[in-house]
Design a protein. Structure first.
Length: 474
């Protein structure tokens, strides 16, 4: 069969054996039914879990901070979750007598690039933005001089927190609950711990000791990473002396709202995860796990332009998709990824990445590099930090966390073959094997896994919307 794989700025046509399993939304799986986002959000705010009704939480002299996810996920449009949640919470807070000038909106990008005014208009809408810009619509800064240091949690993880939300009378966090290789599900404590913290806290879980465990594969809420999220998040709450009020939506393929729950974070996680698990876990009629996973990478996807051409981000994308397919690909299988891999690092958004890539080449493994003095040197480089805080660039530690995830395929597969790289040396630099054509890649894979490999293909896993996790029914 012919399949079109994402490939840079276009598509690459490849021939797969007729018995290959191709996973596509609307054919292999569909989402649970969408709900009316406004009705579901109003109901959640009126009946929060382990909190009083939301309107009762406001008040004339109360300072309220609403933290929301950045541009990377969540969708766009009047019915997208964070936009709907902010609009309805503002309505309730004002009815409760809360003064508009005492309400702040806080974008929570963690180590992602801060969002621009144009991006806020794009996904929050002009009606919301113009009420708060410029003094009360802010970006969290993981390098802020007043970032709170709350010591260590019970697991020994550093705990840091944004001061603005820590000092609020009512700290609110909006989350998107969807299957994610980074600790099971987005939203919940993950939103707080990765979005409102500093790099040293994030480094305690976005690292080989956590991401190179077998339980990092799949959307498991019981992984070590998830335990760290919970432990750090609860330590944040203890340190600031109050509970976060969470408003989380379970999202579908195109960021449509499937459910909304509000209240205490732990209770919201318990209420949203069953539907999120049903939505994200796709079960295939395969008797045994696949021998070969076939994917394609566009040039630009969730982290931004260059994700499919920057070798570090390319490796993370492959590692992330392996995590999503870890229950359907046998250990020691082969990954074939079509990637333009032309070495465009996008220095405006990812200024530290090229230096990070070249520093990595001095070491035998990603684990050795990530334990080296080069990581501290690059991560604390004043120029890179300045660009993160002032020039809408990714934090330099972000590249280190991507290397941790990008090394995952080396642990669980026999080879990663990159089809059609324009600058093949960059693929080799990440430990992958560049090949000129898909047919050559398939021939190499057969030498490693056998002449009649079981093939699993997820052709639109990055361009097709919110991804899923692949399992086999047996």
């Amino acid at each position: 069969m012919e399949v079109l794989l994402d490939y840079g700025d276009t598509r690459l046509a490849v021939e797969l054996p007729s018995d290959s399993v191709v996973v596509r939304y609307g054919q292999t799986y569909i989402d649970p039914p969408e709900v009316n986002a406004e009705d579901a959000t109003r109901k959640a705010l009126q009946n929060p879990l382990n909190f009083a009704p939301f309107r009762e939480l406001g008040g004339t002299h109360k300072k309220v901070v609403i933290a929301f996810p950045d541009r990377v996920k969540g969708g766009v449009g009047p019915h997208c979750h964070r936009r709907m949640a902010i609009r309805l919470m503002l309505e309730e807070l004002l009815k409760a007598g809360t003064k508009l000038e005492n309400i702040y909106l806080l974008c929570s990008p963690g180590l992602h690039r801060k969002n621009t005014l144009e991006e806020f208009y794009w996904y929050l809408g002009k009606d919301i933005v113009d009420q708060f810009w410029p003094d009360r619509l802010l970006n969290h800064d993981a390098e802020a001089p007043d970032l709170l240091d709350l010591g260590l949690d019970g697991m020994g993880n550093p705990v840091q927190c944004n001061r603005l939300i820590a000092e609020a009378d009512l700290p609110i966090v909006i989350g998107h609950c969807a299957g994610n290789p980074y600790g099971g599900f987005s939203g919940g404590y993950k939103m707080v711990v990765t979005g409102l913290s500093g790099w040293r806290s994030i480094a305690s879980h976005h690292c080989p000791a956590t991401m190179h465990r077998r339980d990092w594969l799949g959307a498991s809420p019981d992984s070590h990473m998830r335990a760290q999220f919970r432990s750090i998040g609860q330590a944040m709450e203890k340190g600031i002396g109050k509970k976060f009020f969470a408003v989380d939506a379970v999202l579908g393929q195109h960021s449509q709202v499937l459910d909304v729950q509000a209240g205490e974070i732990a209770a919201v996680e318990e209420a949203t995860w069953p539907l999120a698990r049903r939505r994200t876990n796709v079960y295939l009629d395969m008797k045994e796990p696949a021998d070969v996973l076939v994917i394609g990478l566009p040039r630009s996807f969730h982290y931004g332009p260059g994700m499919g051409s920057n070798p570090i981000l390319m490796s993370l994308a492959i590692g992330g998709q392996l995590a999503r397919c870890g229950n359907a690909l046998r250990e020691g299988g082969v990954i074939i990824a079509a990637s333009i891999c032309d070495g465009w690092f996008n220095h405006d958004w990812f200024p530290s990445y090229e230096e990070t890539y070249h520093a990595l080449q001095k070491y035998c493994s990603a684990t050795d590099f990530l334990a080296s003095p080069d990581v501290e040197r690059i991560t604390t480089d004043p120029e890179f930090i300045f660009k993160y805080s002032n020039r809408y660039a990714y934090h330099p530690f972000h590249g280190m966390s991507m290397i941790s995830g990008g090394a995952v395929p080396h642990l669980w597969s026999s080879a990663v073959l990159i089809v059609g790289p324009k600058a093949p040396g960059y693929a080799r630099g990440m430990g992958f094997v560049p090949v000129g054509s898909f047919s050559e890649a398939l021939a190499r894979a057969r030498k490693l896994v056998g002449e009649k490999p079981r093939i699993l293909c997820t052709p639109e896993c990055f361009s097709g919307g919110v991804p899923v996790h692949i399992n086999i029914k047996s």
